[in-house]
Design a protein around this ligand. Structure first.
Ligand code: MN
Ligand code: MN
Length: 469
């Protein structure tokens, strides 16, 4: 089948829209480097577009009717937006799903220590990373510290030009003969991914009036870090127990290439699908089917836990909506779920000529070829995959073609080489029509991933078309 680079097909007006979408996308990447931050900006944008918190609507004793827009949040890490359609919810929804957690390095619960005059935070990485990629580069610290009285201190250090950044050190090449003989999976090991955060000891004047004599106290560098944390965040060492601090690459999303055709940024898996789904959700004003944009956490570690796709949050929320529109009915909840259609969006592996051996060219996703559909994912003979129904795919092809959306069908790399899963199979358990779709990226899961601006644009167009199906 013919592959077509879509850049040359755009009109001046389309190029303008493409640019404005990508500028908005980059701003969202910069503001949303953790799942909590993504939820925060999503709520802000949704409220600006007239969405209301479902809890507030319920507290006011209101019901819901066609055209109403609500959102529901789960633990500040997962959320769902709904725009009620003119048809009953029990006849099925059009659901856009994507995940907002990204591979990163998490701070442990008892992390702070000092070693030979350096102070470090001990870490445990999150999701699948090539550990050697995360050393010797500027890192930022994002997250929350929750104190016993319930107050939440937000932490974000390393993003402003005037902020300090952090680093995980690597061994100098001059002394790396032995290190460089190791397998890449062992070159940097998990327990060596500790974050360097200080080198200056706390100074303690022994007695007033003594000739500026200072005492080196034990672990004085760590003590100084604690002093600064107290000053800035009113936090004690024990407060690390109830903190969620994530270490991510510092800095902003950038245009990539002299032609500015690509974006280089942290966290594009899977925020490139999450934000484009969100943009489309906020763009589409009217549809027969109830539209939903579902942004979930914990995909990178198996969609487990209270904020992952396996949680009952979504199902429970749909039950609330049914109660508010058609009257409480367990059967109607089941009908709503089983009659729904979903684009389960996640990044796809873009064909990389530098690693051609990992791909089968005819079934690869190419940059600037549009939104990618994967009939199935999985590994070792499609294991663990949702295999989308041919009838559903045919309906999607029609919707995309009718709306002039560029799309391609692909698999994740060469058969027998590995593979991956998404949230598709979980939603498919309800019996709904689900297909994996999304945007192709280069060096997925690296600190900086590359996407094509044209594909970002086509994703938004494709999601809009889907919501109107
Ligand atoms: Mn993903
Ligand atoms: Mn991933």
């Amino acid at each position: 089948m013919e592959r077509k680079n879509i850049w040359t097909t755009y009109s001046e007006q389309q190029l303008q829209e493409l640019d404005s979408i990508n500028e908005k996308y980059k701003a969202c990447l910069d503001a949303g480097k953790t799942e909590r931050e993504c939820v925060e900006i999503t709520i802000r944008m949704a409220e600006e577009a007239g969405y209301r918190n479902l809890k507030d609507v319920q507290a006011a004793g209101e019901s819901l009717k066609a055209g109403d827009k609500v959102y529901a949040v789960n633990m500040d890490k997962m959320l769902a937006l709904f725009r009620i359609g003119s048809e009953p919810i029990s006849s099925g929804m059009n659901i856009l799903g994507a995940h907002i957690d990204s591979p990163r390095i998490d701070v442990k619960q008892n992390p702070l220590y000092e070693n030979e005059g350096f102070s470090y935070l001990d870490t445990h990485y999150y999701g699948g990373i090539k550990k050697y990629q995360w050393v010797a580069q500027p890192l930022a610290l994002h997250g929350v510290v929750v104190k016993k009285d319930g107050t939440v201190e937000k932490v974000c250090i390393g993003e402003e030009a005037s902020d300090p950044v952090f680093v995980i050190t690597d061994l100098l090449v001059h002394l790396a003969q032995e290190q460089l003989e190791k397998k890449a999976s062992k070159v940097i090991e998990g327990e060596k991914l500790d974050l360097l955060i200080g080198n200056c000891p706390l100074e303690e004047v022994l007695e007033a009036g003594s000739d500026s004599r200072k005492k080196e106290q034990k672990d004085a560098v760590k003590a100084n870090v604690l002093r600064l944390l107290k000053e800035k965040y009113n936090m004690d060492e024990e407060d690390f127990y109830s903190a969620e601090l994530e270490i991510v690459p510092a800095g902003k999303a950038r245009d990539c290439g002299i032609d500015r055709s690509m974006i280089l940024s942290y966290g594009q898996d899977d925020r490139v699908c999450a934000f484009t789904s969100l943009f489309a959700m906020l763009d589409v004003k009217k549809a027969k089917k109830t539209g939903c944009c579902l942004l979930v956490d914990k995909e990178e570690i198996g969609s487990v836990g209270a904020t992952g796709m396996h949680s009952r949050f979504f199902e429970n929320t749909v039950a609330e909506l049914i109660a508010m529109t058609e009257g409480e009915s367990e059967l109607k909840v089941r009908r709503a779920l089983s009659s729904s259609r979903m684009l389960s969006s996640d990044v796809s592996a873009a064909y990389d000529p530098m690693f051609a051996e990992a791909f089968e060219k005819r079934s690869s996703a190419f940059f600037a070829n549009g939104i990618t559909f994967n009939k199935f994912t999985g590994s070792r003979g499609k294991s663990g995959s949702n295999d989308a129904n041919a009838e559903y795919i045919a309906a999607l092809r029609k919707a995309m073609d009718d709306a002039g959306v560029a799309y391609q069908f692909a698999e994740l790399g060469r058969v027998d080489l590995g593979g991956g899963g998404t949230i598709a199979y979980i939603m498919a358990n309800y019996g709904m029509e689900v297909i994996d779709s999304g945007v192709a990226v280069l060096n997925m899961h690296a600190p900086y991933e590359v996407s094509s601006k044209a594909d970002v644009y086509e994703a938004v167009k494709g999601y809009r078309a889907f919501l109107k199906m």
